[in-house]
Design a protein around this ligand. Structure first.
Ligand code: ATP
Length: 547
């Protein structure tokens, strides 16, 4: 049975149709009667025929339509009996409206606007993402998100919009990390990573690089092929000098010269003053091309000499040699800071020499325990593909543009111009904060160990102490400048007003152990000539007293 609110759309259509039929029927009847009346006025035989035909057609149509109307009205008559007039009228009003399309039954899920500033900024760009995690490094905050209604590439392309929306000085650094998009924004409360909080003594030759997003110190082991030589770049203010100081400090602390010797070439001259008294230093800090080339040549000779020693003992590398032999060879680290400046002050011949010697060491010196660290402000100019391919560990601090980054990394994987400076760096696909060692850290950490002036504790009657303090297998030729350790010992002699014999030097200092007495004499003579003391005696009875 029908009820007023259950009437079907098709029935509503029938009612509108019936009304239309009634309207048309009355029109036809009116037109028919008019035509009949006109036909009585017109005498034409044809006009009468035509009019009669029209009337007949109209009347047939009317009767057909009325039949149809009668049929279609049947159910509504029944309804009319059953329903009250009011509800029928209500339904009729509804039914008279033009038929509507079926309403779509999709349920719209309305998400609230995200509150996280990054998600909100992306939402404003119609990119919806889910929050995954937030991590904090000392210098930046890493927000991990996952796109829900958009592609990863769309989010990665929003650097400048995010910079604008978040009011940042630089576009945020974006990458893929842990199956999510990582967006790094600077910490408003930037912290430094204090050297003393992270450094730990290691038996390996580990050098500190920086602190990662999980607050862990990342270091490299110089004995490993993938990190035996280091290439790095950083413009002024990037924190390059601080980085290199901490790098050295982490290697040298509590490590005697018998384990690690150090050579530093700093074209700027002032960045490594804290190390000038370090007993690991094999030669005074150099700054000139001829000094650097001279020492590079000596390192190449040392490397060749060591390979001969390895061959004799049937070992492959320094680790094997030190295990088998009673004589231990120290590793040697040769550090170049401001390599570009050094390069600029070289003649054409010196440039070729410098590059060839460095590449030769880069290719072969790892097994011999000789390591290179080469840093520059402008890598594009001085880092050739050959040099780069021989320095497997790459450290990128802030550089002016992507071309400088590419010169260090060898690819476009990261643009160092996005970094924040002050020790924010890129290493091995990761973003790290370099350590910061201040003067008090240096004092605290170096108290009683190898950065103190060794001459104060030298007892020249005890050759083993001298040997421990100045233990190096480097043979210095007489044209070289005097080594810092020897000067220290002579200063000690001066302080104590005592004589040092050539044999004491020979037995105590490996540096001179292979040297003929005549050569030692030439060092003594050099000191005397420079008014550091007097030389007495002959041959192995040679004595020197500091003035
Ligand atoms: N790891 C760090 N943590 C905190 N602050 C740092 C760090 N490294 C550098 N800085 C800050 O940045 C300043 C510049 O650092 P640094 O002298 O190492 O720069 P640089 O790259 O060597 O530049 P320049 O060649 O002009 O000396 C430092 O004085 C220090 O205030």
């Amino acid at each position: 049975m029908f009820t007023s609110d259950k009437f079907h759309t098709s029935q509503a259509v029938q009612v509108t149709e019936s009304q239309r039929v009634v309207r048309r029927a009355s029109t036809f009847i009116f037109v028919g009667s008019m035509a009949l009346y006109v036909s009585t006025l017109i005498p034409s035989h044809w006009a009468q025929k035509l009019t009669t035909m029209a009337i007949a057609t109209g009347l047939v149509s009317v009767s057909l339509r009325l039949d149809k109307l009668e049929e279609s009205h049947k159910p509504y008559e029944a309804i009319a009996h059953q329903q009250s007039a009011a509800s029928y009228q209500a339904w009729l009003n509804y039914a008279m409206q033009p038929p509507k399309k079926e309403a779509q039954v999709t349920q719209e899920i309305i998400k609230p606007t995200p509150t996280h500033p990054i998600l909100k900024a992306l939402y404003g760009l119609k990119l919806e993402c889910d929050f995954v995690q937030e991590l904090r490094s000392p210098s930046f905050i890493r927000t991990l998100i996952k796109p829900t209604n958009c592609k990863v590439s769309q989010v990665l392309a929003t650097g400048q919009e995010l910079q604008l929306e978040l009011g940042l000085e630089l576009p945020p650094v974006m990458s893929i990390s842990k199956g999510a998009i990582a967006i790094d924004t600077p910490r408003p409360d930037r912290q430094s990573a204090k050297f003393i909080d992270y450094w730990q003594k290691s038996s390996k030759f580990e050098a500190a690089i920086g602190v990662d997003i999980n607050n862990k110190l990342v270091s490299i082991d110089l004995s490993q092929p993938e990190s035996c030589h280091v290439l790095g770049a950083g413009t002024t203010g990037s924190g390059k000098s601080v980085f290199l100081q901490c790098f050295l400090l982490s290697l040298l602390l509590e490590r005697p010269a018998s384990e690690l010797g150090l050579l530093i070439c700093d074209a700027k001259r002032v960045s490594f003053l804290k190390f000038k008294d370090c007993q690991n230093l094999i030669a005074p800090i150099m700054s000139q091309p001829d000094e650097a080339i001279d020492w590079l040549e000596q390192m190449v000779n040392e490397m060749e000499k060591r390979y001969q020693m390895f061959e004799r003992l049937g070992v492959e590398n320094i680790e094997g040699f030190n295990q088998r032999s009673s004589e231990k060879l120290p590793r040697i680290l040769f550090l170049f800071d401001e390599f570009g400046d050094l390069w600029d002050s070289c003649t054409k011949v010196q440039v070729d020499k410098l590059e060839n010697l460095i590449i030769r060491l880069g290719q072969k010196a790892r097994a011999a325990g000789i390591h290179l660290v080469v840093f520059t402000q402008r890598p594009k100019k001085v880092v050739s593909p050959r040099l780069r391919s021989n320095c497997p560990a790459r450290v990128l601090l802030t550089v002016p543009d992507s071309a400088e980054s590419e010169a260090i990394l060898g690819n476009k994987s990261f643009d160092g111009s996005q970094l924040l400076g002050r020790g924010d760096l890129f290493f091995n696909g990761d973003r790290l904060q370099a350590l910061l060692a201040d003067d008090s850290d240096f004092d605290k950490l170096t108290r009683g160990n190898n950065l103190q002036n060794p001459a104060q504790n030298v007892d020249l009657d005890n050759p083993s102490i001298v040997s421990t303090l100045v233990n190096s297998s480097i043979v210095v030729n007489s044209s070289s400048t005097l080594s810092t350790p020897l000067i220290k010992i002579l200063e000690y002699a001066k302080e104590k007003d005592c004589f040092i014999t050539a044999s004491q030097v020979k037995s105590g200092i490996r540096l001179f152990r292979d040297s003929p007495v005549g050569e030692i004499r030439s060092y003594f003579q050099w000191l005397a000539d420079h008014q550091h003391g007097v030389v007495r005696g002959e041959a192995d009875m040679l004595e020197f007293s500091a003035q």
